[in-house]
Design a protein around this ligand. Structure first.
Ligand SMILES: *[C@@H]1O[C@H](CO)[C@@H](O)[C@H](O)[C@H]1NC(C)=O
Ligand SMILES: *[C@@H]1O[C@H](CO)[C@@H](O)[C@H](O)[C@H]1NC(C)=O
Ligand SMILES: *[C@@H]1O[C@H](CO)[C@@H](O)[C@H](O)[C@H]1NC(C)=O
Ligand SMILES: *[C@@H]1O[C@H](CO)[C@@H](O)[C@H](O)[C@H]1NC(C)=O
Ligand SMILES: *[C@@H]1O[C@H](CO)[C@@H](O)[C@H](O)[C@H]1NC(C)=O
Ligand SMILES: *[C@@H]1O[C@H](CO)[C@@H](O)[C@H](O)[C@H]1NC(C)=O
Length: 732
């Protein structure tokens, strides 16, 4: 029995083009004839058939089981096991579940309980993988045997092939083929679902990824480790044509259950500014993608995630060249969607793909982005997720496209200038940052990721070395800046903030001080710190010089050389500024850059002496509150909708404030975290239905006090003040 399975569906499907495959899947699944090896009693056959969809250009396979689609990495299998496997050889890939049984007797109960834990704890495994089972003995004893109950169970589920560790002897036989494979005892092959390629003398086990639709269009494309032993990544060029969604491959979580690294098996979306070995880093620009080669190494920050056990699952959208472009100013990429509220809200600018993906998908654990002017904290605010700007210099920026971001602009009231169309926005070096829904998970990622060896050198930051104590030396005061607060939606959102302040004050025994930030800073005796123009110019030079030297100039030159002097096609958020610099680079020399670093260091020093400073008891004597979002008003991807009094543009500088509060830490180097604290209703002019918009607050502490702030946030979560946000329409 068990002749090589033939699947008429395979040949017909594989002729269809890759991009058109999933639309007809349910039809295929319904019409694909069963394999020859199913049990004779059709009532017993509940398992969905394996349907081959398409090989990828690299030779990996896309397949479906029922309505779920998968990728099998068969080019570089996870393991190859020897043995006489001829009974299963020569056909299609065989879906298979591997289990480890520690007892000396392998029973139906033991196997069923393992399989139940798989189904319960993993979204990739399903019982549809049980065409075949690979059983490894985890027992130290010899003489392990499989009893008759197991055989009966296998028959009852219509198992076709049983692959057994040579350490296990099997009593009795069923209507499946039993084959023995070598080498399992020494293999580190983790349990879980696989797709096997079986030949007469061996079977190769390919890791399995479930393909999820990126229904909110937050990714550029999915990607996965090619398993070449060097963590070279492959892009997955597959999407769901019905809704134009990229498909994102996520590996089985079971592979990582025995892996005790802090981020083992955690799925991470990566902003397309970070180098991932084997993939192009586009910066959101097709022109740039044309002129660069795939990255030869991971950025150290990405390598750190991989070393911690995290799994990059794809490249995510960003405002082109990490600009602050509004949704309606995106041309090269299609703007991602925000799952919150009416589905028509902004995702903010630069790290928009990451923020909205974390608000959208339970199958995604983290997304990493970067924050220069606001580009992480504001996407966290509008998606109602946790996201930070760490202290300046917390993470190496090697292998990260050197782009600073202007912040989202307030309603396009900008006037073009020589340097940028957003001349008043602050630009500094970006900080690498992470989004999460769960405060504990967010803290775990952050504390492990921001390792001291990855801090930037003082030569790069121009600032004193970072010292990052992990203590409970909490602040004593809550600073409430009256030029930024109360929240704009005073009726519904400000009471949520007040309740949060009351809780925090009670839990940490803190007092609340109201003060005017702009007046306080403007009153400084220090000539640099008191002059926002000076500080803004300095941060502008720091950012734009690197961007100009390392991205803009090479792109313009290369494009011109290839295309008869033409200027590259790029979005208007960057075009006028680059054109202006092409004509006149004055003010952006290496010497100007060095001067700017000195100016910036002076501002930081003033801040840490006069506004947020350390005491014997506190890392940062105060925590300052602010709102980088819209204060509980909706802000939309469609420009005109923001003109209404019940909506708001992003990045509005409040009247009387010198800068938006987003700009405080880019100037003064401090740590600024966006924290979701609630949600408020609005009447949507898109769905004509009441919807909810997230309310968030920003917590700001002195540079270096990040971990103390994480410890505060953990305590607030312990006390139930902060919560894990949900995915989808409503965060709470
Ligand atoms: C597959 O999808 C179809 C169409 O949506 C649905 O009718 C069917 O119940 C699904 N099958 C399974 C096994 O979920
Ligand atoms: C400004 O400085 C003066 C003199 O040091 C002080 O009296 C005053 O309170 C300060 N004002 C603010 C708003 O900090
Ligand atoms: C602030 O600095 C700018 C130059 O950076 C200078 O033109 C301006 O006069 C200064 N303002 C004050 C109040 O000193
Ligand atoms: C919806 O439109 C009405 C009428 O133009 C306007 O008064 C209201 O403020 C709008 N609501 C929102 C949330 O923008
Ligand atoms: C507050 O909301 C109003 C109404 O939409 C808007 O005009 C204003 O710019 C907002 N202010 C801030 C600081 O966001
Ligand atoms: C804060 O101080 C600035 C500068 O002195 C002033 O223009 C502004 O009106 C003040 N804002 C508030 C809310 O007091």
């Amino acid at each position: 029995m068990a002749a090589p399975r033939t699947s008429p569906a395979r040949s017909s499907v594989s002729r269809s083009i890759l991009t058109a495959f999933v639309a007809s899947l349910s039809l295929l699944a319904a019409t694909a004839p069963g394999s020859d090896a199913v049990p004779t009693d059709p009532a017993l056959k509940k398992r969905a058939d394996y349907v081959h969809i398409q090989d990828t250009p690299s030779g990996d396979a896309l397949f479906s089981l029922g309505n779920t689609t998968y990728l099998a990495n068969v080019q570089n299998p996870k393991a190859v096991l020897g043995g006489d496997c001829s009974a299963a050889a020569g056909g299609d890939l065989v879906p298979l579940a591997m289990v480890v049984i520690d007892d000396t007797t392998v029973t139906a109960d033991a196997i069923q309980s393992v399989l139940a834990s798989y189904a319960e704890g993993d979204d990739v495994y399903s019982d549809d993988f049980l065409a075949a089972l690979l059983v490894k003995s985890g027992s130290a004893d010899s003489g392990v045997s499989m009893d008759g109950s197991a055989v009966d169970f296998f028959d009852s589920i219509g198992l076709e092939y049983l692959f057994l560790d040579t350490a296990i002897s099997c009593e009795g036989s069923g209507s499946f083929d039993t084959m023995y494979v070598d080498g399992l005892a020494d293999s580190t092959l983790p349990p879980g679902p696989y797709a096997a390629i079986v030949s007469d003398e061996s079977m190769a086990l390919g890791m399995v990824y479930r393909l999820y639709e990126d229904t909110y269009n937050t990714f550029l494309y999915g990607a996965y480790d090619s398993n070449d032993g060097e963590t070279t990544y492959m892009s997955l060029g597959a999407f769901y044509p019905k809704y134009w969604d990229p498909l994102i491959p996520v590996p089985s979580r079971i592979y990582y259950w025995d892996d005790d690294r802090p981020l083992a098996g955690q799925r991470v979306g990566i902003k397309d500014l970070y180098d991932i070995k084997g993939l192009i880093t586009s910066g959101g620009s097709q022109a740039w993608a044309h002129i660069v080669d795939p990255a030869e190494d991971h950025a150290p920050s990405v390598q750190q995630i991989i070393d911690l056990g995290g799994v990059p699952v794809g490249k995510q959208k960003l405002a082109q060249f990490a600009s602050g472009a509004n949704p309606w100013d995106w041309y090269d990429e299609h703007y991602p969607f925000n799952p919150r509220g009416d589905g028509w809200l902004t995702c903010s600018a630069s790290s928009s793909g990451g923020g909205c993906s974390i608000a959208a998908y339970d199958w995604l654990d983290y997304a990493i982005g970067s924050d220069t002017g606001s580009s992480m904290r504001r996407p966290a605010a509008v998606s109602g997720t946790y996201g930070q700007r760490p202290s300046q210099g917390m993470m190496s920026l090697e292998g990260v496209m050197p782009l600073g971001a202007a912040t989202d602009t307030a309603g396009g009231k900008h006037s073009p200038s020589k340097l940028s169309i957003y001349p008043w926005q602050l630009l500094t070096n970006p900080e690498s940052t992470v989004f999460s829904r769960d405060p504990y998970k967010w803290i775990k990622f952050s504390k492990n990721w921001y390792a001291p060896e990855l801090h930037q050198s003082t030569e790069i930051t121009g600032l004193p070395p970072l010292v990052v104590p992990d203590t409970d030396a909490f602040p004593k005061r809550i600073l409430y800046p009256t030029d930024y607060l109360p929240l704009n939606n005073t009726r519904d959102a400000e009471p949520i903030l007040q309740a949060f302040i009351d809780s925090m004050a009670a839990i940490f025994d803190m007092t609340v001080t109201e003060f005017n930030f702009t007046a306080f800073v403007g009153n400084a005796s220090d000539p640099v710190a008191s002059n926002f123009t000076t500080m803004r110019e300095a941060t502008g030079v720091i950012n734009r010089r690197t961007q100009w030297e390392e991205v803009a100039k090479p792109l313009i030159e290369e494009w011109g050389a290839r295309y008869d002097g033409r200027f590259p096609p790029i979005d208007p958020a960057r075009r006028p500024g680059w054109v202006a610099l092409l004509e006149d680079e004055t003010g952006y020399s290496a010497a100007d850059y060095a001067d700017a670093l000195v100016t910036k260091a002076q501002a930081v020093d003033w801040y840490e002496t006069n506004l947020q400073f350390s005491t014997a008891e506190s890392c940062s004597e105060s925590v300052m509150l602010c709102d980088i979002g819209t204060g509980g008003l909706p802000s939309f991807r469609e420009r005109e909708l923001n003109e209404s009094p019940d909506a708001s543009y992003l990045a509005v500088t409040p009247e009387g404030a010198a800068v938006t509060c987003a700009s405080i830490c880019p100037i003064f180097g401090c740590a600024d975290f966006t924290i979701p604290i609630g949600q408020v209703p609005y009447q949507s002019n898109v769905t004509f239905h009441e919807e909810m918009v997230p309310v968030t607050v920003n917590l700001i502490v002195k540079r270096g006090c990040d971990f103390v702030l994480y410890n505060m946030i953990e305590r607030l979560a312990d006390e139930g003040v902060l919560k894990t946000v949900m995915t989808g329409r409503e965060a709470f």
